[in-house]
Ligand binder design. Structure first.
Ligand SMILES: Cc1ncc(COP(=O)(O)O)c(C=O)c1O
Length: 414
């Protein structure tokens, strides 16, 4: 028994299924149900006093727990509904100028981001999408070549969602910095499963969420803003949460300051609005999703206690075993064979992968399917080597027998 197996008791779903889908939705900790009950109790008994007693500052409380997982200082992580809105908060600090208007991203970024970046063209940005290689990775050299003095923003995934390929984030961020562009790193598929240190990487912004490897459920995306930028950032996607005295409901001071600030893509030019908060909540806008924060607390505490380095070691052993079994069973995989480039997921391709994936789910082997890479197997620290053997044996059996579950055809949510 591994020294991590005692954690299994803390995750109820592990007793009833082989849960291999933490790249999509991490398992719920038992404590989360108690925390959500506490939220309900607070609402029921304290009512609106909940805001002054805890809720107003709760985004900062949860943000600080996330900060220690991603190497950020306290007070630099704000909370948002999803990663798309977190990106938007960062993007909204930047304006295109005559010579610097390009957003550089990659074709393997999560599509929601590319839709959002494309939409920024209506605001005067240009988009450059670096194409994928044949093996569905993105070459560092191609990224570096795409970044030049016309680049305003470099926004890219730390770990690619289809293949779990780990990008050379340090080199790409360094290049962005050298040419005077702002970097936004998407850590959704890295935070909680491989070590992430946003400060060491030098990222200007980093986004991510608690839904997946941080076991915190939906509604808990986050945005790290480099401390120097926090002091001066003026997001246009803003609202009363960002203000030092939101309950003054003052319209005049904000207007004066905003209109006197020149629109400019250079975040490094000092600006100031004394009415804005100096901490991460400066990047927020409207009323925050309090129940989602209660849901996030337990997972974050557990990840911190287990330690991301320890998680990475366990994960690397399990993904290596999946790849060995891929070879034994004669399947194929788009996963990198260089362990230092592979994060938490191994995508396994088999004939009729979508039907096989749906059949696995029907039999309580919880995985997902993403074209064109196939079935994604994503063990976390709470999974075991036995479970790896089981899910791969089941996959082999379904592939051989073709005894697909009834109703295993395509559905809207895969
Ligand atoms: C790398 C990455 N970014 C973003 C997202 C999702 O973004 P959002 O929270 O806006 O739905 C995902 C979801 O799977 C992802 O893997």
């Amino acid at each position: 028994m591994s020294d991590l197996e005692h954690w299994r008791e803390e995750f109820p779903i592990l007793a009833r299924s082989v849960y291999m889908i933490s790249n999509s939705l991490g398992a719920m900790p038992r404590q989360t149900a108690r925390n959500l009950a506490e939220y309900a109790e607070t609402w029921a008994t304290r009512g609106v006093r909940g805001w002054e007693e805890r809720w107003w500052e709760m985004p900062a409380e949860v943000g600080d727990k996330i900060a220690r997982v991603i190497g950020a200082p306290a007070g630099t992580v704000s909370m948002h509904e999803n990663v798309t809105t977190a990106h938007m908060a960062a993007l909204s600090c930047l304006r295109p100028t005559g010579t610097r208007k390009r957003i550089v991203c990659s074709a393997m970024d999560f599509p929601s981001m590319v839709y959002l970046f494309r939409a920024q063209q209506t605001a005067g940005f240009e988009l450059h999408v670096v194409p994928a290689e044949d093996d569905l990775t993105v070459s560092t050299d191609r990224m570096l070549d795409a970044i030049d003095a016309s680049t305003a923003i470099v926004a890219f995934s730390h770990v690619l969602f289809r293949t779990s390929y780990i990008m050379d984030a340090g080199a790409i961020i360094q290049r962005a910095r050298q040419v005077g562009a702002t970097s936004i790193l998407d850590t959704y598929q890295s935070a909680g499963i491989i070590p992430v240190d946003v400060q060491a990487l030098g990222a200007d912004f980093a986004v991510g969420g608690c839904l997946k490897w941080l076991c915190g459920g939906p509604g808990n995306a986050f945005l790290y803003t480099r401390p120097e930028l926090l002091a001066t950032a003026m997001p246009s996607f803003t609202g009363w949460l960002s203000r030092q005295h939101p309950f003054d409901f003052d319209l005049e001071s904000d207007l004066d300051v905003r209109m006197s600030q020149p629109a400019d893509a250079d975040l490094r030019k000092p600006r100031s609005d004394p009415g804005l908060r100096g901490d991460a909540m400066r990047m927020m806008n409207g009323t925050p999703s309090i129940p989602a924060y209660y849901a996030a607390l337990a997972g974050l505490d557990i990840i911190h206690e287990v330690g991301v380095q320890r998680i990475r070691e366990a994960s690397a052993q399990m993904t290596a075993r999946v790849l060995a079994l891929v070879d034994d069973y004669g399947f194929t995989s788009a996963a990198s064979r260089h362990p230092e480039r592979l994060a938490g997921t191994v995508a396994v391709d088999v004939p009729e992968a979508q039907l096989v994936s749906r059949t696995l789910k029907a039999r309580d082997f919880i995985v997902d399917y993403r074209p064109p890479v196939g079935i994604r197997i994503s063990p976390h620290f709470y999974n075991t080597m036995d479970e790896i053997e089981q899910v791969m044996a089941e996959m082999a059996s379904i592939t051989k027998m073709k005894n697909y579950a009834d109703g295993a055809g395509p559905t809207l949510v895969t």
